[in-house]
Design a protein around this ligand. Structure first.
Ligand code: GDP
Length: 323
């Protein structure tokens, strides 16, 4: 199959703390596709549950993870997909980090503990996701718990969505029942699944493919800035239009509309927990860009011939006001 046929899905994972986000992402990385590698074993130190939120561990082991994005390749129906899993902070943070990361996604997984049900923090992030037009797939996790009450929890999610003003289509959300801990998911309550694939299949089916025009002038929105001692500022975000090329000269347009022409020195996509050098990244996919300075959250990387900024991210964030 030619590489161009790789399809992309960008999905944000929303969960209240302890509802199992880390365990779920670990499970997906372990079970799916081509990313059951030494690196993951090393990173997890042989333990489960340490991959997605393991900043200290990353540094200790010298593994650079650009933000908390990760990606898996998944084959179904004769097609190959890259599913970008985007971590969202589970807490009501200051400064709009939630909005920023949600802008990279086309849909979300709402992970809810089968006993606890939706919690205030679930509500906070879900509200922001809905405001950005993201529809949730509801994952009732921990259905292995003896005290699990998945049906009631689903009703609570439904009520929450009504309370948040969700439209009829959103209220008709897909549901998956899962035990991330035991490594399975199922479409039917009470059925023990055999693996985690139903989650991926539901993402492929229900999260819209990014709408893209790879031939348009390039526009990438910077949603996260990372820093490395060796390469300096790393701009992470999503290509919304066109194709971003390695070593391309781009205009970096800040939120005041001021543009500076700069050259990308290295371009990366995400593969598992790795950053993988890329020759080009097409609209719809996420990437990391090295070599730009200054570059800030909310900036657009634009075509030199047709430099058009993406709509600004409206976030009242102190770091955004710094130059
Ligand atoms: P996070 O804070 O959302 O990242 O949650 P974690 O993945 O760290 O999980 C919190 C706790 O719930 C840990 O003790 C996990 O072992 C446990 N847990 C996660 N998934 C499941 C599950 O499917 N079933 C049960 N019984 N426990 C789970």
């Amino acid at each position: 199959m030619p590489a161009e046929s790789l399809q992309t899905r960008n999905v944000a994972i929303i969960a209240h703390v302890d509802h199992g986000k880390t365990t779920m992402v670990d499970c997906i990385l372990y079970q799916i596709g081509k990313y059951r590698t030494e690196q993951l074993d090393k990173l997890a130190g042989g333990q489960h549950g340490l991959v997605f939120d393991s900043n200290d561990l990353e540094r200790e082991r010298g593994i650079t993870i650009f933000s908390k994005n990760c990606a898996v390749r998944f084959e179904t129906g004769g097609l190959e997909y890259r599913v970008n899993l985007i971590d969202t902070p589970g807490h009501a943070d200051f400064g709009g980090e939630v909005e920023r990361v949600l802008m990279m996604a086309d849909g979300c997984l709402l992970l809810v503990d089968a006993y606890e049900g939706p919690m205030p923090q679930t509500r906070f992030v879900l509200q922001k996701a809905l405001a950005l037009g993201l529809r949730p797939i509801v994952v009732v996790n921990k259905v292995d718990r003896p005290d699990a009450r998945p049906d009631e929890v689903l009703t609570e999610v439904f009520d929450l969505l009504i309370d948040l003003g969700a439209d009829d289509k959103t209220l008709d959300f897909p549901v998956v029942f899962a035990s991330a801990k035991q490594g399975w998911a199922s479409h039917t309550v009470g059925d023990r699944g055999t693996n985690i694939r139903p989650i991926l299949e539901t993402i492929i089916e229900h999260v819209p493919a990014p709408e893209v025009d790879p031939a348009a002038p390039v526009q990438m929105l910077v949603t996260t800035i990372d820093f490395s001692e060796y390469v300096g500022r790393i701009a992470i975000g999503r290509v919304f239009a066109g194709t971003l090329k390695n070593r391309q000269r781009v205009r970096v347009i800040d939120r005041h509309g001021v543009g500076r022409d700069q050259q990308i020195s290295q371009l990366f996509t995400f593969e598992g927990l790795d950053r993988v050098p890329a020759d080009h990244v097409e609209a719809g996919d996420l990437c990391a860009v090295v070599g730009l300075d200054p570059v800030n959250i909310g900036d657009t990387l634009a075509d030199l011939e047709a430099p058009v900024a993406l709509p600004p991210i409206h976030i009242d964030e102190p770091t955004l006001h710094m130059t």
